[in-house]
Write a protein that binds this ligand. Structure first.
Ligand code: ADP
Ligand code: ZN
Length: 616
């Protein structure tokens, strides 16, 4: 679009300059005009020395050397009289001058050339064009004020993962001499405002290398070829400045699945841009120390080509911070502020579930603004309350904020899964329990780690089904409710149970049988329209149902037995939002201790007492 405007602008400027020149040229050369009668008079008086005819225009020089111009209505009749009087007659064609002739042709041709050139060469490498592509690149050199890891809070795990990258940027020789292949591309995925850009800049800051950032949406322009040229330009810059960091925000704008495009015209452009990006990423030599970071909140729509080895083969997901993370982010911003005594950042952190880093930053800023407007010397708790209301009301929160009731449901649901995972035999260890909402796009974290090449024992599979039932069961046992939150759990459970019955020969009544269809797909929901007898189908259905019901009952018994622990854990989750295995164990220890001492661990008011203070 900008290019189009530039072209138009250039044309207008040229036209104005041309017009001005023409006007001046005319004025400069204008002779004093006289009427035709006057001319005839002078002619009669024999005072005309010579004339110059140009069309109907007659310029004359009289015998005193003065020059005039006039127009003759009848030049052919005039000429014989002039010759009669012995006047010297010159003539030229109608155009004012040969130079003018040339200009008349040259100017339009020149303009056409300019337009045509800029249209054609947009994808090219000429200087003005590359300057144009450069406009969109944000750059930070080590001389600019640097962002460091200290500015990014609440993402300690991610930071740890990135330490290796920083080391590589600082000492590439060490790695290349060992023959190590360092990840070229790292993809940050997570909702907007979670600090992805900030992290990318912090990596550059920590390693002391330049940072080149561009947004994916800047690649996609109206004209075909712009995006590809920008990609090339970006990488050209990067190679010149290696070691460095290239950051592509909103990569889904270019790297979206090729079939997921909206406008047909945009397809081609995006495809070209994506191809250029892939070519550039593959085209690095080993001694170019360039790390490409990209950010997206729609990893599900990315073209798989982008995720292949050697490209963005490392993915790091960044979720909105939990209460500890929020506390740390608030601390970062509080350093720069004058806070009143009554402000407890921990409380603010607790009252802002679902807030992203960006929202917390603006919360702090709003509060300071309000305090300033009121003429206060420090930012007080009331200011934070007002700022929070303003943020919650003003901005569209994109569904991130969840109601207290939903949080409670999630806490019990997740606690149910976790407790079963802790007590049942043959389970995968728990990594983390969290009630931080994640967008649908980020998918379900608890993915079925089932691949056919592993030999999973029946016991493991049964435990898995029971764990999947735990969410719904906890809601029923403690909250006496059924919600849609268990949808995915049930789907997975039924799939597993069906496989156990039809594929792995793990049910008593069906026995060691495999009911696979010809195409290799297994018999799940489609049982009814297969070639097996009605009776077999019915048996399979019954077996699957029996399996699930048994698991459901047994899991329910276990959870009922541990109900006080379940309530305690859910409350701890409500406060802390995320618990790791170690913290869950601490909650369990507390529970057993309370049981020994005859205290009810599920007494709700105790929930806050065990807030795990953030450490980093
Ligand atoms: P994203 O790229 O994920 O959309 P940004 O990195 O642009 O998010 O974050 C926007 C702003 O929000 C940052 O400039 C920073 O002020 C603030 N912010 C976000 N996350 C954090 C964090 N973890 N720690 C400190 N500030 C943060
Ligand atoms: Zn669940």
């Amino acid at each position: 679009m900008t290019l189009f405007i530039r072209t138009i602008f250039a044309i207008v400027v040229l036209a104005v300059i041309g017009g001005t020149i023409a006007v001046f040229w005319n004025i400069e050369n204008r002779l004093p005009p006289i009427s035709y009668n006057e001319f005839l008079e002078i002619l009669e008086k024999d005072e005309v020395a010579d004339v110059h005819l140009r069309g109907s225009e007659v310029s004359l020089t009289d015998s005193y050397g003065r020059e005039f111009i006039t127009y003759s209505p009848d030049v052919p009749a005039l000429v014989p009289r002039l010759l009669e009087k012995g006047v010297i007659v010159n003539g030229s064609s109608e155009n004012p001058s040969p130079l003018w002739d040339l200009a008349g042709i040259a100017v339009p041709v020149f303009l056409i050339l300019v337009v045509w050139y800029s249209m054609l060469r947009r994808g090219g490498e000429d200087e003005s064009e590359s300057q144009f592509a450069k406009d969109k690149i944000t750059r930070f050199t080590p001389q600019n004020r640097q962002v460091t890891f200290r500015d990014v809070a609440g993402v300690s795990e991610v930071k740890e993962e990135l330490l290796e990258v920083i080391d590589f940027l600082q000492r590439p020789k060490k790695y290349s001499s060992l023959g190590a292949v360092i990840p070229r591309g790292i993809l940050f995925q997570g909702p907007p405002g979670t600090g992805k850009t900030l992290l990318a800049r912090a990596i550059a800051g920590e390693s002391g290398v330049p940072f080149f950032g561009i947004s994916g949406s800047d690649f996609v322009e109206m004209f075909v070829g712009v995006g590809a040229s920008r990609v090339r330009e970006l990488f050209k810059e990067a190679k010149k400045n290696s070691p460095c960091i290239v950051f592509i925000d909103e990569i889904d704008a270019v790297g979206g699945h090729r079939s997921a495009g909206s406008a047909a015209g945009g397809q081609d452009e995006r495809g070209q841009t994506l191809n250029a990006l892939l070519v550039e990423m593959d085209g690095f030599s080993r001694d170019e120390t360039i790390i490409i970071l990209a950010a997206t909140n729609r990893p599900d729509i990315l073209d798989p080509a982008l995720l292949r080895p050697g490209r963005f083969d490392r993915q790091i997901s960044i979720l909105p911070p939990d209460v500890k993370g929020r506390f740390k982010i608030l601390q970062v911003y509080a350093q720069k502020m004058e806070l009143a005594e009554n402000v407890e950042l921990e409380k603010i952190a607790r009252s802002t579930p679902g807030f992203t880093g960006a929202e917390l930053a603006s919360l702090m800023n709003e509060a300071a603004l309000i305090a300033g407007r009121k003429g206060d010397s420090s930012v007080r708790l009331e200011h934070f309350e007002m700022a929070k209301d303003r943020i919650l009301m003003g901005v569209e929160r994109k569904g991130l904020v969840i109601s207290d009731k939903d949080r409670k449901t999630m806490a019990y649901h997740e606690a149910g899964h976790a407790i079963l995972a802790k007590f049942l035999p043959e389970t995968d260890p728990i990594h983390k329990i969290t009630i931080i909402p994640r967008g649908k796009a980020l998918g379900h974290t608890q993915q079925l780690p089932l691949a056919d090449r592993h030999a999973y024992p029946k016991e493991y599979l049964l435990s898995r089904i029971k764990i999947l039932m735990g969410g719904r069961l906890a809601e029923e046992i403690c909250l006496n409710q059924q919600t849609t939150g268990a949808e995915d759990d049930f789907r997975q459970a039924v799939e597993l149970a069906s496989k156990m019955v039809c594929k792995w020969g793990m049910s008593e009544n069906i026995g060691p049988m495999s009911y696979l269809r010809d195409d290799g797909s297994f018999l799940g929901e489609q049982l009814s329209n297969t070639a097996h007898s009605e009776k077999t189908n019915q048996e399979i259905d019954e077996e699957v149902k029996k399996l699930i019901e048994t698991c459901y009952r047994e899991a329910g018994e276990l959870l009922t037995k541990e109900k006080d622990f379940l309530i305690y854990l859910a409350n701890m989750l409500l406060v802390n939002e995320t618990l790791d295995l170690e913290e869950m164990d601490i909650v369990y220890e507390c529970t057993t201790k309370k049981r020994r001492d005859g205290i009810d661990p599920s007494a709700e008011d105790d929930g806050m007492a065990c807030f795990f203070t953030p450490t980093e």
